[in-house]
Design a protein around this ligand. Structure first.
Ligand SMILES: O=C(O)c1cc(=O)[nH]c(=O)n1[C@@H]1O[C@H](COP(=O)(O)O)[C@@H](O)[C@H]1O
Length: 276
């Protein structure tokens, strides 16, 4: 999926919502425990109840890898259940020396060897260009590079000054030489709303993946004030606020309601910006 196709999906659905699928066994509704794979059943019902309201799903692989082989199988089944036009993000935060990154890319992008073929993967930029390039060698796939993350620890390194720039600014500027806007996005936390105006001056045309709305306290309207661009340019992620809207038998219905609330707010924002 290229940038034009992603924008088309956003316009059709009047939504730039990405739903994070980060399921924890202990938090699942009890009635699902009778299923052979309760986590898959949970994801399946969440996807069925919300796919008309979002343009992307982002399973964070930690929530699957932590359960070993069973968890990996759940991830594969979940990927296989995604509807065709949904943009899929493997939130794996990978990045290593070139030949190792190539194997990570194989694991998440190549259907034949891994039974999954995500549209994109989150990548940590710390090891530099040759650690990111193997993901970009898959021409129809996206790299979503960590720029300014939502957590407190983002202050430890990302905002440190290097000569005339902060580290995260250098990440955004240097990486633009590695791929174009059809293959590269940046993660910017919703908790960093004050930085969006400046980040848009560094990367006016790129999509930004924005986690941190809801459970981490970020505000959708504050992000959109300066974050939108001519292709919308934002995928705003929410996980816990949607998937755990209820832990009863009505969990999927309540997830739908929580996603609808965000989608309706997004529709108003897109209309006000003349993007739909
Ligand atoms: O790359 C990410 O998705 C990510 C980057 C970041 O800066 N902050 C952040 O919270 N995330 C992820 O986004 C999701 C946030 O989930 P909620 O806080 O439950 O909405 C988790 O999967 C995090 O790992």
């Amino acid at each position: 999926m290229n940038i034009a196709q992603l924008f088309e999906q956003i316009q059709q659905k009047k939504s730039f919502l990405c739903i994070g699928l980060d399921p924890v066994m202990d938090k699942l509704p009890k009635h699902l425990l009778k299923y052979e794979d309760p986590v898959f059943e949970f994801n399946k019902q969440i996807i069925d109840a919300t796919h008309d309201l979002c343009v992307a799903y982002k399973p964070n692989t930690a929530f699957y890898e932590s359960r070993g082989v069973k968890g990996w199988n759940t991830l594969v089944k979940t990927w296989q259940h995604f509807p065709e036009h949904i943009f899929t993000i493997a939130d794996a935060k990978r990045g290593d020396i070139g030949n190792t990154s190539a194997m990570y890319a194989e694991a998440f992008f190549n259907c034949e060897s891994s039974d999954m073929s995500f549209d994109s993967i989150t990548v940590a930029p710390y090891m530099g260009k040759d650690s990111v390039s193997p993901f970009l060698n898959h021409p129809d796939k996206w790299v979503i590079l960590l720029a300014l993350t939502s957590n407190q620890g983002s202050e430890d390194f990302q905002v440190k000054q290097l000569e005339d720039k902060k580290l995260y600014e250098q990440v955004i500027l240097s990486s633009q030489q590695w791929a174009d806007v059809n293959q590269l996005m940046y993660v910017v936390g919703a908790t960093k709303a004050d930085e969006f105006k400046h980040i848009r001056s560094l990367a006016p045309d790129h999509f930004l993946l924005v986690p941190g709305v809801g459970a981490q306290g970020g505000s959708l309207s504050a992000v959109c004030e300066y974050g939108l661009n001519k292709h919308c340019g934002l995928l705003v992620n929410s996980a816990r606020n949607i998937i755990y809207a209820s832990n009863g038998e009505d969990f999927a219905e309540k997830a739908h309601a929580a996603a609808l609330e965000l989608q309706q707010e997004m529709e108003q924002i897109l209309k006000a910006a003349n993007l739909i």
